[in-house]
Design a binder for this molecule. Structure first.
Ligand SMILES: NC(=O)c1ccc[n+]([C@@H]2O[C@H](COP(=O)([O-])OP(=O)(O)OC[C@H]3O[C@@H](n4cnc5c(N)ncnc54)[C@H](OP(=O)(O)O)[C@@H]3O)[C@@H](O)[C@H]2O)c1
Length: 274
């Protein structure tokens, strides 16, 4: 691994350049990763991936080379198939970063026995627009410098949060990994409620969508203000918002419902891990 604190001198292999791998690759190149030190392994490359590699000088499906870092971004169920090819790209000095949902460190180690420094990361879909958040766990063999580079690489798709135990990755999965779907569903419910209140369906859908987009942007632009404070700021005592929140915050309201949803996702993440 290079001593440079930037990404320019890092050599990296990306295995699987689909939605997540492709978003990371574009982000890394923007952050200054030297494309000539990047190899991409992708059995069925899209035209845009071929064009990106040709334009930047990244190697697509070239001969195996031992690079500083291998990033695993295939579908989790493709790990076994990919592992055979992969073993030629992974040596004892290679840092392996996996974003494969549900694949544990033990699982990856079993397929890549040479790999010592392993990182397990759980991103989420807003990564596609650079606004994801990724929970990350590292094995003891990962050096502080490798952690630093991992943070830089993953910050290409959004925020990065390190966790202290691998078990916490299942909790990250249940909160932020699956979380975007909860927000999309909240948007659907708000639209349906608007329709039930008497609005035309399409107008209700536009109002709900813009409201969630705008509220998210407000939180993004005011990181120092807690969501609770933002809520209080728009809730006049005895007003319309307060009337709605009385329902949402009642016993059996949104809080216990969300707690149950996250607990169910965490249980499922644990059951699917392997
Ligand atoms: N998308 C998300 O929001 C998200 C969130 C958290 C974690 N993840 C994880 O990120 C990983 C990728 O997800 P994705 O949504 O990006 O899926 P995806 O778009 O299907 O990308 C997977 C890519 O890996 C390629 N691939 C398959 N077998 C391979 C092999 N043997 N060697 C090299 N590449 C191979 C696939 O090629 P083909 O299409 O030709 O099969 C595809 O381009 C998954 O493990 C997922 O759990 C994704």
């Amino acid at each position: 691994m290079t001593s440079d604190t930037g990404l320019g001198d890092i050599s990296l292999t990306l295995v699987g350049a689909g939605k997540m791998g492709g978003a990371m690759l574009q982000g890394w190149l923007k952050l200054g990763l030297n494309a000539e030190r990047v190899a991409v392994v992708e059995p069925f490359p899209s035209e845009s991936l071929k064009a990106l590699c040709a334009a930047t000088g990244a190697t697509l499906n070239g001969a195996p080379t031992l690079h500083d870092i291998v990033v695993l971004a295939t579908k989790p169920q493709m790990l076994d198939a990919a592992a055979q090819t992969l073993s030629a790209w992974v040596g004892p000095e290679t840092l392996v970063i996996s974003v494969l949902a549900g694949k544990t460190i033990a699982n990856i180690r079993a397929r890549l026995p040479l790999a010592k420094a392993l990182v397990r990361a759980m991103p989420n879909t807003p990564a596609a627009v650079g606004r994801g958040i990724t929970g990350v766990y590292a094995t003891e063999a990962v050096s502080p410098q490798q952690r630093d580079v991992t943070t830089k690489l993953l910050s290409a798709i959004g925020q990065v949060e390190w966790v202290g135990t691998e078990a916490q990755i299942d909790m990250v999965t249940a909160v932020s990994g699956s979380g975007p779907a909860y927000v999309f569903y909240l948007t659907e419910c708000l639209a349906k409620a608007g329709e039930a209140a008497g609005l035309p369906a399409e107008l209700a859908a536009r109002l709900a969508r813009a409201t969630v987009e705008g509220a998210g942007e407000l939180m993004f632009q005011e990181p120092q203000t807690s969501p609770a404070q933002l809520r209080i700021n728009v809730t006049s005592p005895g007003g319309t918002t307060a009337a709605a929140l009385d329902v949402l915050m009642s016993e059996g309201g949104l809080e216990p419902l969300m707690e149950g949803a996250v607990a169910a996702a965490k249980r499922r993440a644990g059951a699917l891990s392997g």
